[in-house]
Ligand binder design. Structure first.
Ligand code: DAH
Length: 388
């Protein structure tokens, strides 16, 4: 499932804060320091802060860069008027990330268990849609593509990582253009793009829901014997446009680069995108080529059972502790394999299975035991769980 903002709902209220990055561009070191503030509202970990500024989408020959280039070239060939942005700061105001896009204060995507907050008014962007309003307002861009790293607290498995990359596209039309014309153009454009990337595949449009577009659709393709979500899109809510001081109607879409790259390059695990190993990076030359696994190192499982101890236990908080204790990417997945409620005390017990595997080397039992033990300790200290 595309990790869409539509699937979540919330907690935190937001107030206005100036978004620093759009005009200045992004200097990784100065902004990284700004990430961990020590404020109570701040839930950005060292592990996450260290990803800011890596800019995988700007690294020549990296699969994410290749996909981005391919999409941009496709759009620029069609319409020279598209402007491209790839270097906007991922530190945004909650106003830009949520309020400007009509995401209500109660939406789950705004919860601190889903979003990395730097303060109550600043966060790491959860999607590139966060730049829509500012770009419309400040640069008066009528058509643009905006690419960047986005951050979401999330589960741990082969296709989820707390940092991934998205591209947002926006196109405005003449004032008074009928919505059916916008819909036709949106669908034709995105079908053309999909064909460029995947060749002649079967496609289908499903209606969807996003707070910032109406109507909204997702595009799916039939690829490798299954339906695969490619992107979310829709006709921009008129109030977003008028709030940006404009009057023309338009469409928008958003897509995840890892999702496309994993399919097109046959990359089996999302952690590989972060690899600095030449056996990974050296395979790519700027074209779409099939990734050849250099070696499949063995996996090793460990289980962890505990009483959650509190009504507020959230598996994303647990995942965050795991990612923080295990800073090298040696954890492939953490899966809830058993959950039950004690019939008398009503206490909840969870059992998680940890699958350890490195993409780059063999792991020893000792090192797995060491980090696994650290996770147990931290979960007790920070979440108040009671080990079983
Ligand atoms: N921002 C959405 C997400 O992160 C993706 C998206 C959907 C962007 C529809 C759009 C859109 O511009 O129209 O899940």
């Amino acid at each position: 499932m595309l990790r869409v903002i539509s699937q979540r709902s919330n907690l935190q209220t937001a107030s206005y804060n100036i978004f620093r990055g759009v005009r200045l561009g992004f200097s990784s070191t100065s902004n990284r320091e700004e990430l961990i503030t020590g404020l109570d509202d701040n839930n950005v970990t060292e592990n996450i802060a260290s990803r800011v500024g890596r800019n995988l989408h700007l690294q020549p020959n990296h699969p994410l860069h290749t996909i981005k280039q391919k999409i941009e070239t496709h759009f620029l060939t069609l319409h020279t008027s598209f402007e491209t942005y790839s270097n906007l700061s991922p530190i945004v105001s909650t106003k830009n990330c949520f309020d400007d896009l009509l995401i209500p204060p109660s939406h789950v995507s705004r919860s601190p268990s889903d979003t990395y907050y730097i303060s109550s008014t600043k966060c790491l962007r959860t999607h590139t849609s966060a730049h829509q309003s500012t770009l419309l307002k400040e640069s008066k861009s009528k058509c643009f593509l905006c690419t960047g790293d986005v951050y979401r607290r999330d589960e741990i498995d082969r296709s989820h990582y707390p940092v991934f990359h998205q591209m947002e596209g926006v196109k405005l039309f003449e004032e008074g253009t009928h919505v059916s014309v916008i819909e036709d153009d949106l669908k034709k454009t995105l079908e053309g793009l999909t064909q460029e990337l995947f060749g002649d595949v079967e496609m289908r449009w499903n209606t969807d829901y996003f707070p910032f577009t109406d109507p909204s659709w997702e595009l799916e393709i039939y690829f490798n014997d299954e339906w695969l979500e490619v992107l979310g899109s829709g006709v921009i809510q008129p109030s977003i446009i008028t709030n940006a001081g404009l009057t023309q109607p338009g469409w928008a879409f958003g897509l995840g680069l890892e999702r496309l790259a994993m399919v097109l390059f046959k990359i089996p695990d999302i952690r590989l995108f972060w690899s600095k190993d030449e056996r990974f990076l050296g395979q790519f030359d700027g074209g779409i080529v099939e990734f050849k696994p250099f070696s499949k190192y063995p996996s090793s499982d460990r289980d962890m059972s505990f009483w959650t101890g509190s009504q507020n236990f959230h598996s994303n908080d647990f995942a965050e502790i795991v990612r923080n204790c295990i800073t090298e990417d040696i954890i492939e997945s953490v899966t809830l394999i058993d959950e039950f409620t004690h019939p008398k005390t009503k206490e909840v017990s969870n059992c998680f299975r940890f699958t350890y595997r490195s993409m780059e080397r063999s792991l020893t039992n000792e090192e797995i035991d060491r980090v696994h033990f650290k996770v147990r300790e931290r979960a007790v200290e920070e979440l108040g769980v009671v080990l079983r």
